[in-house]
Design a protein around this ligand. Sequence first.
Ligand code: PLP
Length: 412
Amino acid sequence: MSAATPPAQSPTERRVSARVGSISESATLAVDAKAKALKAAGRPVIGFGAGEPDFPTPDYIVDAAAEACRDTRNHRYTPAGGLPELKTAIAEKTLRDSGYEIDPAQVLVTNGGKQAIYESFAAVLDPGDEVIVPAPYWTTYPESIRLAGGVPVPVVADETTNYLVSIEQLEAARTERTKMVVFVSPSNPTGAVYPHAQVEAVGKWAVEHGLWVMTDEIYEHLVYGDASFTSLPAVVPELRDKCVVVNGVAKTYAMTGWRVGWIIGPKDVVKAATNLQSHATSNVSNVSQVAAAAAVSGSLDAVAEMRTAFDRRRRTIVRMLNEIEGVVCPEPEGAFYAYPSVKGLLGKEIRGRRPATSVELAELILEEAEVAVVPGEAFGTPGYLRLSYALGDEDLAEGVSRMQKLLGEARD
Ligand SMILES: Cc1ncc(COP(=O)(O)O)c(C=O)c1O
């Protein structure tokens, strides 16, 4: 019986619907909650779980929001699809940052990137449509696809290719039921960034087979070293009619709590998604939308500062993780995550226990070293851990030192 098959009960006996009951808890939020609970209980836990910058939102954005609170226009409902001035600002920002020219009517402002992802799949998929999802994947994609009736089809890439999937792998996963492919660069959880030529190749392959693409660009400004961000619809214009871009202010402007994201897509899809949102949540908080408009219209100086700090932490964490025997951590080129393989540690004895899976290893690390990390199971690839390096330099060094000490005790 598949997870979506309703149990043999009458409708009145069934308490939670099969559709929603089959969704699992967000593993990343669960780890974060457990770490915070331990911390609240007085334990010196260091958390590498959270996917959010540790910086405050820049002042110019907060000031715009404070002013917006006093404007009575913002005390009322506004258009469900977003404030017109924010849609225009998003169109201008997209041209500035991606070289992709769009009409504001192609924008839907959502309650964070998460709602944008959910609504993108809901607007495009019919029951049974397959969606190719490169793995390791961000934990929300498969659940949103399933909620929309779609079938996620993971395509796994490992550390030997820096977590980049090839066209051959994508092609091997394609069937007559394939409707869409998910493309995320820079990636959560791996930090992988696809080179320009590979982005173009993925787009051309999608066009050749008439596939839709949902591309998540939320980490566009967090790339390091020689890596650069490439927007798929900008480099493959033939794809635009079947391309849905997801983006938001959370990561670039340290605005995770403000809840503003958006969809850019063909007008019919954006209209359908707007209709859906008009019944689900209506407009995103006006104050947050005004803040987001200030953010995307302002300079990129604040993100440049954050990027410098993240880059420094990135180098430290990768070096320190690779010093642990049994850990292999490719250098992430974007976002703020390291995704080491810990396969070399599984089955070894550590403090009287033998963790057989990365879930068990993450539990051991939390209990023995008081360090919170997310196991690879959450991202469709057991045998790995995700560590967010969006935390202070001292905490970061202390946390990985504790892991070094604990994992250095591993014996056959
Ligand atoms: C790849 C990716 N997309 C989208 C989001 C959603 O961000 P938000 O809903 O906070 O805007 C996240 C958050 O962790 C993410 O990592």
